[in-house]
Design a protein around this ligand. Structure first.
Ligand code: ADP
Length: 281
């Protein structure tokens, strides 16, 4: 008996993106993500993670190749159809992108602006049902007691949790996160990643999240897709990796610190270190 056919939530074929003559940000990338998968894009700064996420959200146009999300040809959409697709895809940014002088609740409510006509000024201007929904999401991310506080009075980890609540206001089917913990300390990073995972599991979200930390990717992803110089160099389930496989991942998609440590080890061992350019992303 054949398995039932499930159409992928994201299907990227032969995607290449060049900026000008000299920069190839993505090179013939193929990626298929099924419903409910939690995929981490792992790679050094400049490896193409952000460019790939921006193509999934229709913020970039491919130089070549195609991107389909939820059955829609993203790169060929514009106007209302593109806005319609984007409303089904939440996006979380490294720098949170909150409005610091507004309350936490207003920031969360702004995630619903796509569903409302025109801008809103002040809490009173939002329908009560939306306010209840926003408060519910704040409760989910553990910040209900901060609803009426200015967003810029919160810690980085708390601000990212507000940004998650804001993304949930769209009722997304797909959640994209671009280095969501890059500016957080390790403890807040783990909390934010755990929260994203918990919400994704509860709501059946498909998640694609970029990270540059191998350890976080291994502990958090269902599947790791490694990028190097814009090409996919690794695509593996994260669960049950052997030590050798983990070392292999470090070798293919190493963080700058790991690479510096490798240079250090080689120097200490009196070996010739690899060519300098190999250590620069
Ligand atoms: P990452 O997210 O892994 O740090 P990016 O996707 O931001 O990597 O960048 C990949 C490559 O594309 C880098 O060389 C970067 O400088 C280049 N790049 C990204 N966006 C642009 C742009 N708008 N214009 C020119 N080059 C860009």
């Amino acid at each position: 008996m054949t398995a039932p056919h499930t159409s992928p939530v994201i299907e990227i074929s032969d995607l290449t993106k060049r900026y000008g003559e000299s920069t190839t940000a993505l090179s013939a990338v193929d990626l298929r993500v099924d419903r409910g998968e939690i995929v981490v894009l792992l790679g050094l700064s400049g490896s193409g993670k952000s460019t790939l996420l921006r193509h999934i959200n229709g913020l970039e146009t491919p130089t070549a190749g195609s991107v389909e999300v939820l059955g829609e040809p993203v790169s060929r959409l514009s106007g209302a159809r593109l806005r319609g697709l984007r409303s089904r895809v939440g996006f979380i940014f490294q720098q949170f992108e909150l409005v610091g002088e507004l309350t936490v609740l207003e920031n969360v409510l702004s995630g619903a602006l796509g569903a409302l006509r025109g801008p809103r000024l002040g809490l009173f201007s939002y329908p009560g049902a939306l306010k209840r929904k926003a408060l519910g999401h704040l409760d989910r991310v553990g910040l209900l007691d901060r609803a009426y506080q200015r967003a810029d009075t919160l810690s980085g980890g708390q601000q990212q949790r507000v940004a998650i609540a804001r993304a949930l206001m769209q009722d997304p089917e797909v959640l994209l996160a671009d280095e969501p913990v890059a500016s957080l300390d390790p403890e807040s990073s783990s909390q934010v990643m755990a929260l994203i995972r918990e919400i994704a599991a509860a709501d059946g979200l498909t998640v694609v999240c970029s990270l540059h930390q191998v350890d976080l990717a291994i502990s958090w992803a269902d599947r790791i897709v490694g990028l190097r110089h814009g090409a996919v160099v690794l695509d593996t389930p994260a669960d049950g990796l052997s030590r050798a496989e983990v070392m292999e991942i470090y070798g293919r998609v190493a963080t700058p610190t790991d690479e510096l440590e490798a240079v250090d080890r080689e120097l200490r061992a009196g070996l010739q270190p690899r060519a300098q350019e190999e250590f620069v992303s």
